[in-house]
Ligand binder design. Structure first.
Ligand SMILES: Cc1cc2nc3c(=O)[nH]c(=O)nc-3n(C[C@H](O)[C@H](O)[C@H](O)COP(=O)(O)O)c2cc1C
Length: 186
């Protein structure tokens, strides 16, 4: 009886490891990009952690004109961020573009929540490329708001892509948690 139980345990262990390896391979088979915008460094850290956890390429969406502290003042209705976020057609220029986005199947897009949605420069980024047939997965950091309508906003700008709802993370989310989250989606 003991022998049979040992054999069953060995078989189950082999099957479990085989399955875990298959899941890992499934993730690395895909060419993944993590693109992010970060005004004050919080989203940057989460994006770097995610990219390294899932072995993805990393690209920073940098504004052509960097945001100053005054630009980011949400209590000032006349600040640059307030003006941009009030006008949904606003498209701040990016400092640089990705060489070749066509090689990626999956693009994670990270940003800070601004006024309950994605900052306008994310809209610039999405409109700058052909995302046909790709999957876009938004993620965000914030003071406390969720990711809001960012996913459906992005879907409207990239109708040929499959855009997931995405997720909002706290700044101390671990690499392991990010990897688990990504693994479930890929
Ligand atoms: C213009 C502006 C608007 C913001 N709006 C929100 C908001 O609606 N909800 C929220 O929880 N946090 C809001 N925040 C806080 C940021 O989302 C939060 O600090 C974020 O983690 C900053 O990320 P970053 O360091 O990558 O720029 C806002 C910050 C700025 C500058």
């Amino acid at each position: 009886m003991k022998k049979i139980l040992s054999i069953i345990t060995i078989i189950l262990t082999i099957l479990y490891n085989f399955n875990a390896q298959a899941e890992e391979n499934n993730m690395t088979d895909k060419k993944i990009l993590v693109a992010y915008f970060s005004a004050t460094g919080t989203t940057a850290k989460v994006a770097e952690r995610l990219a390294s956890a899932i072995e993805a390429d990393l690209f920073e969406i940098k504004p052509a004109q960097p945001y100053t502290n005054a630009d980011l003042d949400w209590t000032d209705k006349k600040s640059r961020s307030s003006i941009e976020m009030t006008d949904t057609t606003s498209r701040p220029n990016m400092a640089s573009k990705i060489d070749d986005i066509s090689k990626y199947n999956i693009v994670f897009v990270g940003f800070p929540v601004w006024w309950y949605r994605e900052p306008s420069i994310i809209d610039t980024f999405i409109e700058s490329y052909d995302f046909s047939g790709k999957t876009i997965i938004p993620f965000a950091t914030s003071g406390m708001s969720g990711i809001g309508d960012s996913g459906s906003n992005i879907q409207k700008l990239a109708p040929q892509a499959k855009v997931l709802t995405g997720n909002r993370f706290s700044n101390d989310i671990s690499a392991e948690e990010l990897k688990e989250w990504a693994k479930e989606l890929l």
